[in-house]
Ligand binder design. Sequence first.
Ligand code: NDP
Ligand code: GDR
Length: 366
Amino acid sequence: MASAAAVRSESESESESKSAKIALITGITGQDGSYLTEFLLQKGYEVHGLIRRSSNFNTQRINHIYIDPHNAHKARMKLHYADLTDASSLRRWLDTILPDEVYNLAAQSHVAVSFEIPDYTADVVATGALRLLEAVRSHIASSGRSHIRYYQAGSSEMFGSTPPPQSENTPFHPRSPYAAAKCAAHWYTVNYREAYGIFACNGILFNHESPRRGENFVTRKITRAVGRIKIGLQSKLFLGNLQASRDWGFAGDYVEAMWLMLQQEKPDDYVVATEESHTVEEFLAVAFGSAGLDWKDHVVIDKRYFRPTEVDNLKGDASKAKKVLGWKPKVGFEQLVKMMVDEDIELAKREKVLVDAGYLDAQQQP
Ligand code: NDP
Ligand code: GDR
């Protein structure tokens, strides 16, 4: 990790010859951060990611694109320590990196966990977004760099109990501390756009998944279990409510929509969704079925995974994104499930080698 001063002198010395756009991403180590980084690097951007301090390395999803910064001319992705709970770090990196686009993806993003740590969730998700917006506003005020553009990672969870189909005009009715905090972040973003003329967009993204999805979200929890059951490392899968419906897309498709929002003439808010909804039970049937298994032989309902308030049915209306951004999803539901199952079977095979060699305990279920 380079210091702010070292990065500043490096950027200054390179800036005159450089025409590449610069992106700053919070949450770069997460699922979406990793896909967005790949997408932007491919477009020729220089990408700077803010990562938080952890006692273990938390860069597994971006290790494959990391190049040692000592190799300065090749490394187009750079990482810096910061935290959405630390306003000074946000302002310092904005002043140092001088980004053209800022993507705020960082969050305590697990809905069920937000009931356990509501205060922290609000601090990162709601106040964290406000800190970053305020850092952008004050950075623009002191530097005059008014062309800077801001993306806020909004969520279909904000619609909560409002029935589908949900569009940009659907009223919010959040059903968790996470969703309420995302509503606050949404309105902070709208307010900074209206009050200060900042080019700030809310993407209201429905669930999107991938082989890089965190292992305690239901889709990945299921596909990890399918892989491990298939290879003989596990036999049971404990789940909560199987009747909830979600509009599941592929994360790789959704990061393109984030970028497209920031390329428009005017800032606006957009729903991003596949417009198709499936229950958790349907996901189970397709996932187990694609590995030649029957989910009913393995799934056990465990009350601990039920939430105090549930979101029953999400199905987006993405007609505005289709019309204005020209965006549409490329990966369909069955293809997505199969992609995740196939990768998790390969992962389980590698795990089995370690189990057989005595390096890993098979009982340690993800
Ligand atoms: P992940 O949970 O995979 O990633 C979250 C990222 O935020 C990680 O990089 C994490 O770091 C980082 N982070 C958490 N707390 C802090 C903090 N205090 N300071 C700085 N960074 C922090 O989420 P996704 O990639 O799936 O989602 C990206 C964003 O989109 C999130 O805001 C999420 O709420 C939102 N969203 C996601 C949807 C989805 O279906 N995936 C749908 C709609 C919205 P670390 O790696 O160290 O944990
Ligand atoms: P969600 O995703 O809450 O929609 O939020 P998650 O995969 O956690 O839950 C989806 C549905 O599955 C039900 N469920 C279970 N969920 C989990 N995690 N574990 C279980 O064992 C289980 N059993 C059943 C849940 O009750 C729920 O109905 C995700 C996150 O990425 C958010 O950050 C994002 O904003 C929204 O998607 C859109």
